[in-house]
Ligand binder design. Structure first.
Ligand code: LLP
Length: 434
């Protein structure tokens, strides 16, 4: 068991059994079947409070990057707690609106917005488009004029800063597809200022994900403030700065700064540069949800071979793709405590050699045991697919305080076992939310 399982807010081990708040995880697995994503309301609150402590007393705002986990119950939690949403598609727009967000609570990122995406976002009166190229700016202008509206925009700058993270999730280097070249940014703003359908609102950046050091953030902020200065000299004033997301979490032994530390460091830099009053938007995804979720999976077979020991479980790369896509190491813990650990490759039923949840890890488990993968709340379910025509995992949100143990309740989220079996090919935003 990873040393810090009990340090995961919302999860604990008691008398040998694993719990999410007041609910025994093995019992949850029996009741709802596996693979099963389980989220803790308490853990979501803990993560959000950390961000909120950072922005307290300022005019900064948090926009949850829902690509990390777009489950409607979670979105409702974030909306009710006062966050806005960072979206990257029309499906996410629809979900944000379903969760109760108003246009002004939404910022829209991404390199490939279609005309239909732009039109839908304009009609929803969103707070800001984060623009990533000249042709996109021109397209937004055209659609805005057709719609007889002004589109509020920020330009996403590529600050060419190394976020020191996995190459697939680094976004702020000049050979990445994201953002506008640093040196071309001022010219792009000058062009935007001449377009009748465009209202210049802010400036935006996002340098990567699972960033565990403070330094790249502060360095990138400094570079952005140079541009804000240059824009002011050209008479272009901004009403906000969007700092993106990217703060990492602890999966095994990483030691990222806290959200509060990050916000304060960026705010200090803003004050130093004379922008103390400029509202800063933050777009965290992972740091709000990763540690609030676990993935439960049942051991089907043990298959020791001459070369390796395979533990075959019922969750696969279609349920959780991070280990194979990013070589992510996410701890697996047995819900039943056992002795005599062995070295195992924990693999799923999908027909690919790349279908694994963990490789060469020490684990003691028997067929029928339920394993919990920790840190699975971010980019788990939201990246799930129906590969091999497999159904999708169900999800439950647990909310139960120790003071109200008997009243602990489970909220079924929008995916029930029924939906899992019968509707798994539907676009997720078509599914009715109870
Ligand atoms: N804002 C923008 C414009 C983004 O592209 C992203 C993430 C975020 C905010 C949120 O970043 P976060 O706080 O979650 O790091 N699937 C990968 C992560 C991809 C992140 C993509 N962009 C993974 O599982 O590690």
């Amino acid at each position: 068991m990873p040393k810090d399982f009990s340090a995961l807010s919302g999860f604990s081990r008691r008398d040998g059994a694993l719990y999410c708040e007041e609910l025994n995880l093995r019992e949850l697995a029996q009741r709802f079947g596996t693979p099963l994503y389980v989220y803790s309301h308490q853990a979501l609150k803990t993560a959000l409070e950390n961000w909120m402590r950072g922005i307290a007393g300022t005019n900064h705002r948090v926009f949850y990057a829902m690509k990390a986990n777009s489950n409607l119950a979670l979105l409702k939690f974030f909306h009710d707690s006062g966050t806005g949403f960072d979206i990257v598609s029309r499906g996410e727009l629809q979900r944000a609106l379903m969760a109760g967000a108003k246009g002004n609570d939404i910022v829209y990122s991404g390199v490939g917005k279609s005309r239909e995406d732009i039109r839908a976002a304009l009609r929803a009166d969103i707070g800001c488009f984060n623009v990533e190229s000249i042709p996109e700016l021109d397209r937004i202008n055209e659609v805005a004029l057709e719609e007889k509206r002004m589109a509020p925009v920020s330009v996403r700058v590529n600050p060419d800063v190394d976020a020191k993270t996995h190459p697939y999730i680094s976004t702020g280097l000049k050979n990445n597809k994201f953002g506008v070249s640093y040196d071309q940014t001022v010219a792009l703003y000058q062009r935007a200022a001449t377009l009748p359908g465009i209202r210049i609102s802010g400036i935006d950046m996002h340098i990567g994900s699972q960033i565990t050091e403070l330094e790249p953030f502060v360095h990138a902020a400094d570079k952005i403030f140079d541009i804000v200065d240059a824009l002011a000299q050209n008479g272009i004033m901004l009403d906000h700065l969007d700092f993106g997301g990217g703060l990492g979490v602890r999966y095994t032994d990483e030691t990222p700064p806290s959200a509060e530390t990050l916000v304060k460091a960026v705010s200090r830099k803003a004050a130093e540069r004379g922008f103390a009053d400029l509202p800063i938007y933050f777009e965290p995804g992972r740091s709000l949800v990763a540690r609030a979720g676990i993935l439960l999976t049942t051991v089907e077979y043990l298959k020791p071979t001459e070369a390796k020991n395979f533990m075959i479980v019922d969750a696969a790369m279609n349920d959780m793709v991070r280990p194979t896509l990013y070589q992510a190491q996410m701890p697996l813990v047995n819900c039943t405590q056992r002795d005599a650990a062995n070295l195992w490759d924990v693999v799923g039923p999908v027909c690919e050699t790349g279908d694994f949840l963990a490789r060469s890890i020490e684990l003691a488990a028997q067929p029928g045991d339920v394993l919990a993968m920790t840190g699975a709340g971010a980019y788990g379910m939201s990246m799930a697919s129906n590969y091999n025509s497999r159904g999708r995992a169900a999800e439950v949100l647990v909310s139960g305080s120790p003071a109200a143990a008997k009243r602990s309740k489970i909220s079924w989220l929008w995916k029930t076992r029924f939906l899992r079996t019968h509707l798994f090919n539907k676009q997720f935003f078509d599914v009715h939310f109870p």
